[in-house]
Every structure is written in C-alpha cells, then in structure tokens.
Design a binder for this molecule. Structure first.
Ligand code: NAG
Ligand code: NAG
Ligand code: NAG
Ligand code: NAG
Length: 428
C-alpha cells in the first residue's frame, strides 16, 4: 500500500514537471498556422500582448527597425545607384492589379479606408477605378493626395462619373442603394481593362490583394467571375427562404467582393430564359431587369444570381473567408474556412462601421482608418486592434478573436519580415 502511494506521488511529481516544461516550451513557439521560415526571427503573437514576453520582443524589434531607419540616406543612395542597372520600369499590364469601387453619398471616408487597406499590404501596384458622384470627386482627390509618397507610388487612380450606358439611367440608379447597379456595367465602362476586382465600399483587406487576384489564374476555361456564397447554411440563408427568382446554388452568392475577367465577360454569350441563342452581357442586362424587376429585393446582386443560375459553369466560388460578413458570426460561427484560415477580407455590411451593433467589425475599420502611415504596423495598428477587439468580447462575433485576427497577424508578420529582408540586403 505504502509503496503504491509513493509510486503515485512520484508519478504526480513527474507529470507536474512535464506540464511546466510544456508551458515553458509552448510560450516560445509561434502560434499554430504562422509559418516561420528558417533563418527569420520567430514572431510570437498572443491575444493580449501587452504583458507577454512577446511584447518585449516586438518593442526590441521596433527599436531596432527605428535605428535602421536612421540610416535611410544610405538606402536611398543604394536605390539611386542601382536604379539605372535595373530593367526599364514601365510595368506590363500584368503587373498592375485593378480595383473598382462605386461610391455615392456619405461614403468617401469608408471608401478611402478600404483603398488604404488594399495598398498597405499589397505587393504589386494597383489601379483604383473609383466611380463616384461628381460632388465627391474633390474630396477623394484631397484625401488620396495626402497619402505619403512611399504609399502613393504603388497606386494610380482615376475617378469616373456614374453613368449607365444602357436602359433608363434613373431607373438603374434607384435599383439598389444609390449607384450600386453601376458594377453591372463595369465590363462596358472599362473596355481597356482585362480583369478587375470589384468591392463594396465597406470592405477591408486583411492580406495582400495579390492573394485574391491570384484566383484569376485558377479559372478554368468557362469561368469568368468569382464570388463567395451569400450564406454558408442555406436553410437560414435569405435566398433559400425568401427569393422569388432563380439564384445561384443553394444559398446564392454575395456580390460585395467580385473578381471578374472582363475580357471573358465581354466576349461570352450568356444563357437565359428569354432568348434561346444566348445574349452578350451588354444585351442581356436590361431585358433581364425588365423581366425580374418586380421580384428582386437586393437589386443588382439578385440580377447576378439570376445570371449565374443560368450559367453556373461560368462562376468560380471562393470560400467565405474572402468575404466575411456579420452573418458569419452573429448567429454563431458558421464560416468554417475562416476558422481555419482566418478572415482574409472583412465585409462590414449592414452598416456595422457606423453603429455599435458589431464592435468586432468596427474595431478593424477604426484602426485602419486611423493608421498614421508611420511604418510601424504593430505599434500603430495591430496593438490598438487587439485592445479594441477585446472590448467586443460580449458579442457573438467578438468571442472568436482567433478567427478575426489570425490572418492579419500573418500579414503583419509578413510585412515585418519583408522589411527586415530589405534592410539586411541593403546593409550587406
Ligand atoms: C493584458 O495583460 C496585462 C498583464 O498580463 C494586464 O495588465 C492588462 O490589463 C491586459 N490588457 C487587457 C486589455 O486586457
Ligand atoms: C552616398 O554614398 C556615398 C559613399 O558611400 C556618400 O559619400 C554620399 O554622401 C551618399 N549620398 C547620400 C545622399 O547619402
Ligand atoms: C482573362 O481571359 C482572357 C481570355 O480568356 C485571357 O487572355 C486573360 O489572360 C485572362 N486574364 C487573366 C488575368 O487571367
Ligand atoms: C469549370 O468549373 C465549373 C465549376 O466547377 C464547372 O461547372 C465547369 O464545367 C468547368 N469548366 C470546364 C471547361 O471544365
């Protein structure tokens, strides 16, 4: 008996020791999912970082980076010396990504915040196609011209008036919230553009735009557009319960993030239930609208759903983390892909950046809007985001920080590593 107690005692001791060892080791490991390549510094990110060992690490890293920045002159010199040896810098069309947005009414700040998130994390250069009411044009220009040079050199922008090339302009304008039907006409309005990412003004990129742009190359021969499902669970989705018109798949698609190969859209004949031989996109829009206008609720998104109901082989459906909305968490987490990957593109529809209903979404909006372009993403964006996010834990969406923060953590880490590599190269 005594012997057994002794044995039990020593076993308990041993397991306690192992637990301690495990704890010690695990605080030194990067979080699961973060890829730390060989030779790069391990970056550790925990939900509340301010008191953790990682905070000290980041502070040290930050100080190091600041010291390096003082040597910037040298770097400029390096660039100047090397510049003539590089290939002439006229980018071929493939090197540009194209991003389109339609802004009407009180949406300038929201749109500029979206554009900011796009340019902050991206590798390739971006052309912004901004469709806006004339009264907003100067406001856009003023805000974009304020961006620092190291950011603005990555972009070009053009502001277009709202125009409807076919049908009754007033009718189209009324179709959805102001001006949203404009996106249906992008293939005709941007005839010189091959491919385009369209997003709503309330979208925020949490990783490089290059990553969603890469889906264009994954299209098979018949696909010409990509969208995410409107809902993950068709039983509780809107279309499956209420729609009085045909729609794509079992739950419809959401048009807030829409990748398009415009060349293909312009050249394709689309099947429909009006003309047996098919119609081009341009020919189809107005008759389709006339046919369904009394049955549609969400305007142009409904028309897109009808089009891809008749032409399902033309649509590439990407996972929900590329268009993550309050619907994915406000009734409990239902976007499995985001649980694995983290949120890649946040879509704060339902006006959540402007009210207090979903503070988890609003936290992202505010920190990106307020980021001062100071080259210090961790200090000025990620830490404020974490503390703001913690204030939302009482909501269903705020209860899953790992889903919301996972991808942006990766992005921040990547941005740091990218800069470290640049610095190391420039000091060899
Ligand atoms: C984070 O942790 C530190 C120390 O563990 C604590 O003092 C601080 O209040 C925490 N911050 C938040 C926002 O919970
Ligand atoms: C460029 O480098 C040279 C030699 O290292 C140095 O003399 C010069 O001052 C540098 N120019 C600038 C603008 O820093
Ligand atoms: C779009 O489709 C056209 C025609 O199939 C193709 O030539 C072009 O490379 C595609 N664009 C992209 C970015 O894949
Ligand atoms: C392309 O993919 C879609 C969706 O998976 C499919 O319906 C279609 O048949 C495919 N097209 C070709 C040419 O393989």
């Amino acid at each position: 008996m005594r012997f057994r107690w002794k044995l039990l005692g020593s076993l308990l001791c041993l397991s306690g020791l192992l637990l301690l060892l495990y704890r010690l080791l695990s605080t030194a490991q990067p979080p699961p999912g973060s890829t730390s390549s060989q030779g790069s510094p391990p970056l550790i990110i925990t939900p509340n970082i301010s008191g953790s060992p990682a905070a000290g690490y980041f502070r040290a890293l930050h100080d190091h980076m600041t010291r390096r920045r003082d040597k910037k002159k040298e770097e400029e010199n390096w660039t100047k010396v090397r510049a003539p040896q590089q290939k002439p810098k006229t980018p071929t069309p493939e090197e540009w990504m194209h991003l389109a947005v339609v802004a009407c009414g009180d949406r300038v700040e929201e749109t500029v915040t979206m554009l900011k998130s796009a340019v902050l994390f991206s590798f390739k250069k971006i052309k912004f196609h901004i469709f806006a009411e004339d009264s907003l044009k100067s406001d856009f220009q003023k805000k974009l011209e304020k961006w620092p040079r190291q950011i603005s050199r990555k972009i070009e922008y053009k502001i277009y008036p709202i125009t409807f090339p076919v049908g009754n302009a007033q009718e189209w304008k009324k179709l959805f919230k102001p001006c949203a039907a404009q996106r249906l006409f992008l293939p005709m309005l941007l005839r010189y553009v091959d491919s385009l990412l369209y997003v709503d003004t309330d979208v925020l990129f949490l990783r490089p735009l290059d990553h969603i742009w890469a889906f264009l190359r994954r299209f098979n021969d018949t696909q010409l557009a990509a969208m995410a499902p409107e809902h993950e669970i068709s039983k509780i989705g809107w279309y499956s319960r209420f729609a009085r018109h045909p729609f794509y798949g079992t739950a419809g698609v959401n048009s807030g993030v829409m990748l398009m190969n415009l060349t293909r859209i312009r050249n394709q004949q689309f099947k429909n239930n009006m003309i047996p031989g098919g119609l081009t996109w341009e020919e189809m829009l107005h008759p389709l609208y006339q046919k369904y206008k009394n049955y549609i609720t969400w305007g142009d998104q409904d028309l897109l759903n009808i089009i891809f109901y008749f032409n399902p082989e033309m649509l590439y459906v990407f996972p929900c983390h590329w268009n993550y909305r309050p619907d994915h968490c406000m009734y409990g987490s239902n976007c499995k892909a985001a649980e694995e990957e983290g949120v890649s593109i946040l879509h704060g529809n339902r006006g959540v950046y402007r009210d207090e209903k979903q503070p988890a979404f609003k936290a992202f909006y505010e920190v990106i809007r307020d980021y001062p372009f100071d080259d210090n993403l961790f200090q000025s964006m990620y830490f404020p985001l974490q503390s703001k996010f913690l204030e939302s834990v009482h909501t269903l969406c705020g209860r899953i920080p790992q889903v919301f923060l996972k991808q942006i953590e990766k992005t921040m880490k990547m941005m740091y590593e990218r800069r470290v590599v640049v610095h190391i190269r420039s000091h060899v």
